[in-house]
Write a protein of this length. Structure first.
Length: 473
């Protein structure tokens, strides 16, 4: 009887785990895929496992430390949700010490930020609208920006790759409006193309020298050239090149100025739009003793913010999460170093062992951050069994549906069945998350580190691994 019982249990276990477990061996189908895509076998790591499986289905070079690019945000998201909680919010406030008499604020207006990662133009507009509703129409003083809640990194904008005008290179700040970016909208007409900036800071001017042309749209960004000329009054954005009429309306997000001058320009623009008057200077400083809160806006809760961080792989938002961890747990000012220390302490406290983990900023915008595929799998498994699993999983892009996976896996059965975080920098392409097939859910991790990893061949190899697992009998 005992032998029959053991035999029955063996049969049930085999039925629950269809197909062979490959361990560290690479299946023939994936060998052919990688050969076809010219993927060097020493440049790819794979970790595939059923959520509740005792052993991985495939663990190929799974213990080799790799550059994870933005897949590192999976670690930051896990710690942030547990430490701060999904309902955590950031506050941005407007303060004054002087009186308001007949609609005139006598003295300075102070703006104090707490690192809201999603302080977009609308939120900033709401803050100023609140001041107008209080009856303030003129500020008879200066605008003072207090950014002491966080201490910005000393590295220069663009230090990662030299592209200072890219939004992913923006330095995290305590009061960062609209990611410090201007949305340049290209609107082709009958004879020319208009360039309309939004927001349009008073510290910015636009010189539109684009030629409207015929032909296919193609990679239109390659033919639109932006030069920023620094003038005594602010910055001049000069657009040159050609713009095909067939492209229709398009957008280009670029950083045109440092954060402090950008905030002052956006403030003045929005304040005047609402009928307010301000002719003072822009300064930086601390909130003085005795200053009272006039109006404040609170951010979206962390669970919502995390969807923007992960679905669109927003680096500056992720870095603000790390610095917020530092401010909340180790005191103001929050710094990257403090935030990373909180993350390491949390991992140790929860016995989530990641011995190969190397943290630099917690978002993967680094050439020295490291983690193994098996360790990423360990993070995903811990998160899936954690108390905030729904918020964690829902923050990830969905294959063929949204975020950075919107155009991936189209036309395949994987669409809608994969929640995954992507990561891409030069020579690096990564994907990690959860794949659902029937009633089974799998942890999937693919880390590619080699010169052509971030090209189409790397993407096809990565997608091929996921499709192989989904189709596996």
């Amino acid at each position: 009887m005992k032998t029959r019982t053991l035999l029955a249990l063996f049969v049930l276990a085999a039925a629950a785990s269809p197909g062979p477990a490959w361990g560290g061996r690479l299946p023939a189908a994936l060998q052919r895929l990688f050969a076809r895509e010219h993927v060097p076998l020493n440049g790819i790591s794979i970790y595939l496992r059923r959520i509740h499986g005792r052993h991985p289905i495939l663990a190929y070079h799974a213990h080799t430390p790799r550059d994870p690019a933005s897949v590192m945000k999976l670690v930051t998201a896990l710690v942030s949700l547990d430490v701060l909680g999904p309902a955590y919010t950031w506050r941005t406030g407007a303060y004054a010490r002087g009186p308001v008499v007949h609609g005139v604020l006598h003295g300075n207006l102070y703006l104090r930020g707490q690192g809201d990662p999603y302080l977009i133009t609308k939120s900033f507009w709401d803050l100023l609208h609140g001041l107008r509703r209080l009856g303030i129409r003129r500020i008879d003083g200066n605008l003072v920006l207090d950014e002491h809640y966080l201490r910005a990194p000393r590295t220069q904008r663009g230090a990662f790759d030299g592209l200072r005008d890219r939004t992913y290179n923006v330095r995290p700040q305590a009061l960062l409006v609209n990611f410090q970016a201007v949305d340049f909208r290209f609107l082709p007409g009958s004879s020319k193309v208009r360039v309309v900036p939004d927001p349009y800071p008073t510290t910015l001017r636009v010189a539109d020298r684009l030629r409207l042309t015929g032909g296919a749209c193609g990679d239109w960004r390659a033919h639109v050239h932006l030069r920023i000329a620094h003038e005594p009054w602010g910055n001049l954005a000069v657009f040159q090149g050609r713009y095909p009429r067939t492209c229709g309306p398009q957008h280009l997000y670029r950083v045109t100025d440092n954060n402090r001058r950008y905030v002052s320009g956006v403030f003045t623009e929005l304040w005047r739009e609402q009928g307010g008057s301000f002719d003072g200077r822009f300064e930086t400083g601390r909130l003085p003793r005795g200053a009272r809160l006039l109006y404040a806006v609170d951010s979206r809760p962390l669970a919502d913010v995390l969807r923007s961080v992960d679905k669109y792989s927003n680096n500056v938002m992720g870095r603000l999460l790390v610095m917020t961890l530092g401010a909340v747990e180790k005191g103001v000012p929050g710094t990257t170093a403090k935030g990373l220390a909180v993350m390491r302490a949390w991992l140790a406290q929860h016995k989530l062992r990641l011995p190969q983990l190397v943290l630099r900023n917690g978002v993967g915008l680094s050439r020295s951050e490291r983690i193994t595929a098996a360790e990423v799998g360990r993070v995903l498994r811990y998160a899936y069994n954690g108390r905030y699993m729904p918020e964690y999983v829902s923050s990830l892009p969905i294959a063929g549906i949204d975020g950075t996976l919107r155009y991936r896996f189209l036309g395949s059965p994987v669409v809608g069945h994969l929640h995954g975080k992507t990561g891409t920098i030069n020579g690096v392409d990564t994907l990690a998350g959860y794949l659902q097939r029937g009633r089974q859910r799998y942890i999937v991790v693919v880390l590619e580190n080699y010169p052509l990893a971030d090209t189409e061949q790397g993407f096809r190899a990565e997608d091929g691994v996921i499709k192989w697992l989904y189709a596996r009998k």
